[in-house]
Write a protein that binds this ligand. Structure first.
Ligand SMILES: [Zn+2]
Length: 426
């Protein structure tokens, strides 16, 4: 007997065998309607009532779950998903990612799902090398009653709040302040952060942004690492606090990041194609903040992203280089990439040669036909930037290295160090 679910969140659940022992349950949670799908006989349920949850169950048939990502307002396909399984202790359950018509979906990351067995406190890749691009089988331990499966390491407001709490002493010292950028479309307060040289006019200002595409979570850990560098009790931290003010926006698509949206290719255009029209409050507020607070002048503007799920240009760290006609003097950009490759101390193995030149692959003018990106806007509007670029951080594999939040944080510090070397020579 098979339970089917037709068309995503909010649609009507249909059971082929209404009198059968299988059931489905709609649960109302704080942020909307979330469906739970279950099986009385086997006892396990699949639901999305977790931070940034996102999935639609097509069917559960015995120990096989057919499931897919919830595209919501995405144009075309994307690959973010996140769900929870409860009550499957001791069982081996197969998860197949498929469209409603049965077509396979290749939306499992290159190291398999990111899994938490402790309610989201810690995550790992237990199926690295065992999952395929379109599914995996997972054996739940005899005492494993609740397991979270994510396409990538989740990062939501609670993670940011925990980061802020860890820096309470820095806030007291006046080197770290969290403010409100604006209210999001859903009326949430969108945070912005300043760190470093805040009590006097800084010699330099850097701006960092993350989550223009809300499902690109590894960018958030890089963002944390950059801010950490500004607050660290070491030589680099001391130099940054003496010379640089960091301006940062941790969630540009704030609502999407909390809701577990795809974000990329959101209709009518996504947040990083909004710098022509400014239909999202965050993008408008971000540009106004640069104008008012930094008087339109930044020494570096770096927008942090993650690429596609796998393949060339998706399994190494790289910068996307813009049209030489609009970027700062290219020699500075080249130099920054060279320095970054040289000074990196982590294991994400960035290579300057992996940067994506303008005009190659997807990095073409036509890609911005929907509207300007933040970097294109900054290249045209920010005065005197030495570095103005987007950087891409893969989800799971970087030139053979396992990508983890800790390694992304370490790379964030490397970015801050490379900027210091570029500007200060050491
Ligand atoms: Zn992106």
């Amino acid at each position: 007997m098979k339970l089917t679910h037709a068309e995503g969140s909010g649609s009507i659940l249909k059971s082929r065998f209404a009198q059968g022992c299988r059931f489905a349950l709609w649960a109302l949670v704080a942020f909307g309607v979330v469906s739970a799908y279950g099986d009385v006989a086997s006892g396990f349920t699949v639901d999305t009532a977790i931070p940034a949850g996102n999935a639609i169950v097509n069917s559960i048939d015995g120990d096989t779950v057919s499931i897919r990502q919830d595209l919501r307002d995405t144009k075309g396909e994307w690959f973010y998903w996140a769900f929870r399984v409860k009550g499957a202790a001791g069982r081996t359950v197969r998860f197949d990612f498929r469209k409603p018509d049965g077509t396979n979906l290749d939306i499992v990351g290159v190291r398999g799902p990111v899994v938490s067995r402790d309610g989201g406190k810690t995550f790992a890749y237990p199926l690295d090398g065992k999952a395929t691009t379109r599914g995996f089988a997972y054996t739940f331990a005899p005492d494993e009653n609740e397991t979270l499966f994510y396409e990538c390491h989740p990062y939501v407001r609670a993670d940011w709040d925990a980061f802020v709490a860890r820096h309470a002493a820095d806030a007291a010292k006046g080197t770290f302040v969290v403010e409100t950028l604006c209210r999001s479309r859903a009326a949430a307060e969108v945070p912005r952060v300043r760190a470093g040289c805040l009590k006097s006019e800084p010699k330099f200002r850097f701006m960092f942004t993350a989550r223009h595409h809300c499902s690109e979570t590894m960018a958030s850990w890089v963002f944390e690492g950059i801010v950490d560098a500004f607050l660290a009790d070491d030589d680099l931290g001391a130099w940054l606090r003496a010379n640089v003010e960091l301006m940062g926006v941790p969630f540009v698509d704030y609502d999407g990041a909390q809701a577990g949206d795809q974000g990329k290719n959101r209709k009518p255009h996504d947040h990083n194609r909004d710098y022509s029209e400014f239909i999202y409050p965050e993008t408008k507020a971000l540009t106004e903040w640069i104008g008012e607070h930094a008087k339109g002048r930044l020494d570096a503007f770096i927008d942090l992203h993650c690429p596609w799920i796998r393949g060339e240009y998706n399994e190494f760290v790289y910068a996307t280089r813009k049209d030489p006609k609009i970027v700062p003097p290219s020699a500075q950009e080249d130099r920054f990439s060279e320095i970054l490759e040289k000074v990196q101390s982590g294991t994400l193995r960035y290579k300057a040669a992996n940067d994506l030149p303008f005009g190659q692959k997807w990095n073409k003018g036509v890609n911005f036909a929907q509207g300007w990106s933040s970097v294109i806007w900054a290249c045209h509007n920010v005065k005197e930037p030495k570095v103005c670029r987007a950087m891409e951080f893969p989800f799971a594999n970087a030139n053979g290295a396992v990508v983890t939040p800790e390694k992304c944080r370490a790379f964030g510090r490397d970015i801050a160090l490379a900027l210091r070397v570029l500007l200060d020579g050491r």
